[in-house]
Design a protein. Structure first.
Length: 325
């Protein structure tokens, strides 16, 4: 029986890929199965069987929708505590599916939780707000971004609407670039990297001296993408050259990618083709490949990289040269 197989997958007594069965059960409309699936979900959550919990959550979300959203939100609140390094990403997708199907019904659950006394449930509701956001929620997010709990501020940043669509969101994200928490700054950079105007480069460049390497590592692609074909390109190139000399290889790698996106100051890449980290050399190879037709020195540098000790670097360089012939 399909339901019995689902429980066996969840308990680890049946091997294989359970997700085709999960999808089948979720859309089956068999409400008679909802009670046993819910009981299994609650049991797996108590036992910290994240795998089984997530399987049940997706089936229950499909069978019962917003009716079980309060339960799913409470279970997700537990996942956000970070127990056993579990972040609840797959569980979050089950919640998002319910919210997309019944936005109003889920908002009616989320808003009271935001004002409640349970800090875990408040974090979960703040996370969920991203899927049911309305302009009237901006004040709630503004307050959350000033919360003394860095976990609240991190979630609030990710729940903001697109900075390209809302000037208030843009201002708030730019302000969080000065947040004392490293991960808040990191999240802010990533949000700005995809939809902010080129002027945001003026706010990102100072972060090249940020004490956190994972903040600095997020800058390369953000600066390169935002400044390309704009009057911020010269300042961006200077910043990327600085990042290319960073002590952390992740920072250098993303700086190389950023220079490739920017399409300027590519001469800085010449000194990195022998970087000790192959991830950096791979990023340099991709940047050179992207600019092979517009920057003549790229060709001999790629030819040099076809002899690199790392197979990924070698093959990437060879494919780029072959494609240009």
């Amino acid at each position: 029986m399909p339901l019995a197989d689902l429980f066996r997958y969840a308990d680890g007594t049946l091997d294989g890929d359970p997700w085709p069965l999960v999808r089948e059960l979720a859309v089956s409309g068999d409400r008679s199965a909802a009670a046993s699936v819910q009981a299994a979900l609650e049991r797996h959550a108590r036992e910290r069987n994240w795998y089984g919990r997530d399987l049940m959550a997706h089936v229950l979300a499909g069978l019962s929708g917003a009716e079980v959203f309060p339960l799913l939100l409470r279970v997700f609140a537990g996942a956000l505590r970070g127990e056993d390094d579990e972040d609840g990403e797959r569980l979050g997708r089950a919640l998002s599916a319910v919210m997309r199907a019944d936005r109003a019904g889920c908002r009616a659950v989320i808003l009271p939780a935001l004002a409640g006394d349970d800090p875990d449930l408040r974090r979960a509701a703040l996370w969920a707000l991203r899927d049911v956001f309305e302009p009237s929620d901006m004040g709630t997010l503004r307050e959350a971004l000033a919360d003394p709990d860095p976990a609240i501020r991190r979630i609030a940043v990710s729940s903001l609407p697109s900075v390209a669509e809302d000037p208030q969101a843009y201002e708030l994200v730019v302000a969080t670039l000065q947040d004392p928490d490293d991960w808040v700054r990191h999240h802010a950079v990533l949000l700005l990297a995809w939809s902010a105007p080129p002027a945001v480069v003026d706010h990102l460049v100072p972060l090249t001296s940020d004490p956190s390497w994972y903040v600095r590592s997020a800058l390369g692609q953000a600066i390169g993408r935002m400044a390309a074909n704009s009057d911020r390109a010269p300042a961006a190139a200077t910043a990327l050259r600085k990042l290319l000399a960073d002590s952390e290889s992740a920072v250098r790698s993303h700086a190389a990618t950023g220079l490739g996106l920017l399409g300027e100051s590519l001469d800085a890449l010449q000194s990195t083709t022998d970087d000790p980290d192959w991830w950096v050399r791979a990023a340099v190879t991709n940047a050179l490949a992207a600019n092979l037709r517009r920057w003549p020195p790229a060709r001999p540098l790629l030819a040099q990289l076809t002899r690199d000790e790392n197979p990924t670097v070698r093959e990437t360089a060879k494919k780029a040269l072959h494609a240009s012939e």
